[in-house]
Design a binder for this molecule. Structure first.
Ligand SMILES: O=C[C@H](O)[C@H](O)[C@H](O)COP(=O)(O)O
Length: 221
C-alpha cells in the first residue's frame, strides 16, 4: 500500500527522536509534522526534563501528554529544536509560518543549538516563494507594510480572521521568487512594524529529515 503524507510525517517525527539528548529540555515547533513529533516525544517523556513550545497549540498538546512545558526564560538555551517547514531548500533555508507561529518559532530556534527540520518530501524546493511568505505585523502597520511589500514585487494578502499568539496579524505574500533568502530576510526585518518574517535563512536548519517513499533521508547544512 502506498505511504500517505501522514505516514511520511510520522516517519520523520520518529527519526527526530534520535536527536533528543537524555535529560534535556526540548524546543518544540508547531504544525501537523511537529504534532507527530510531540506524540513521539510522549513515548520518551520519562527521559526528558520538559519542553519549550513555539505556540499555545503545541503547549496544549505537550501538556495533554503530561510533558512539562517551561517558558524559554526559565529554560535558558536548548540543545535541540524540532519543527516542520512550509518549504525548504538544500541550503537549509526555509519558509515557515503557514500555521502563524513564526515569531515564537524563530525565537525558540534562535535559542537552540541545533535545528532539526522534519518534512515530507513535498516541502523540498529549488527556489523558495511558491508557498506565500507569511509576515507577522503589528496591526496598525498593516497597510503601510502591504504597500512596501508591493514595491518589493510581492502581492500581500491579509490572513482573514486570524490573530497570532502575540496579538498581531499575518500578511501572506504571494508571487515572490526568493533568489536571495538571506538578503530578503534582512530587508523585511527592517520594515517598521514587521515583527517577524517567515524566512528562516540567516539561521536555517542544521539537519533536514526528509520523509520519502524510499525512507527517511538525512541532509545536513
Ligand atoms: O507556523 C507554522 C509552522 O511554521 C509550521 O512549521 C509549518 O507551517 C509547517 O507545518 P506542517 O508541518 O503542518 O506542514
Amino acid at each position: 500500500m502506498a505511504l500517505t503524507q501522514d505516514d511520511l510525517k510520522r516517519a520523520v517525527a520518529q527519526a527526530a527522536i534520535a536527536y533528543v539528548p537524555a535529560d534535556c529540555i526540548v524546543g518544540v515547533g508547531t504544525g501537523s509534522t511537529a504534532n507527530f513529533f510531540i506524540d513521539e516525544l510522549a513515548k520518551i517523556k520519562h527521559k526528558i526534563r520538559g519542553a519549550v513550545a513555539s505556540s499555545e497549540a503545541s503547549a496544549k498538546r505537550l501538556q495533554g501528554h503530561g510533558i512539562e512545558v517551561l517558558s524559554l526564560n526559565d529554560a535558558g538555551d536548548l540543545p535541540v529544536y524540532v519543527d516542520g517547514a512550509d518549504e525548504i531548500t538544500r541550503h537549509m533555508h526555509m519558509v515557515k509560518g503557514g500555521g502563524g507561529a513564526l515569531t515564537r518559532e524563530k525565537i525558540v530556534a534562535a535559542a537552540s543549538k541545533k535545528f532539526i527540520c522534519v518534512c515530507d518530501a513535498s516541502k523540498l524546493v529549488d527556489v523558495l516563494g511558491k508557498f506565500p511568505l507569511p509576515i507577522e505585523v503589528i496591526p496598525m502597520a498593516r497597510s503601510y507594510i502591504a504597500r512596501e511589500l508591493v514595491k518589493l514585487g510581492g502581492q500581500p494578502k491579509l490572513r482573514e480572521g486570524f490573530t497570532t499568539d502575540n496579538g498581531n496579524v499575518i500578511l501572506d505574500v504571494h508571487n515572490l521568487q526568493i533568489m536571495n533568502p538571506v538578503e530578503l530576510e534582512t530587508t523585511l526585518n527592517q520594515l517598521a512594524g514587521v515583527v517577524t518574517n517567515g524566512l528562516f535563512a540567516r539561521r536555517g536548519a542544521d539537519v533536514l529529515l526528509l520523509g520519502t517513499p524510499e525512507g527517511v533521508k538525512t541532509l545536513t547544512a
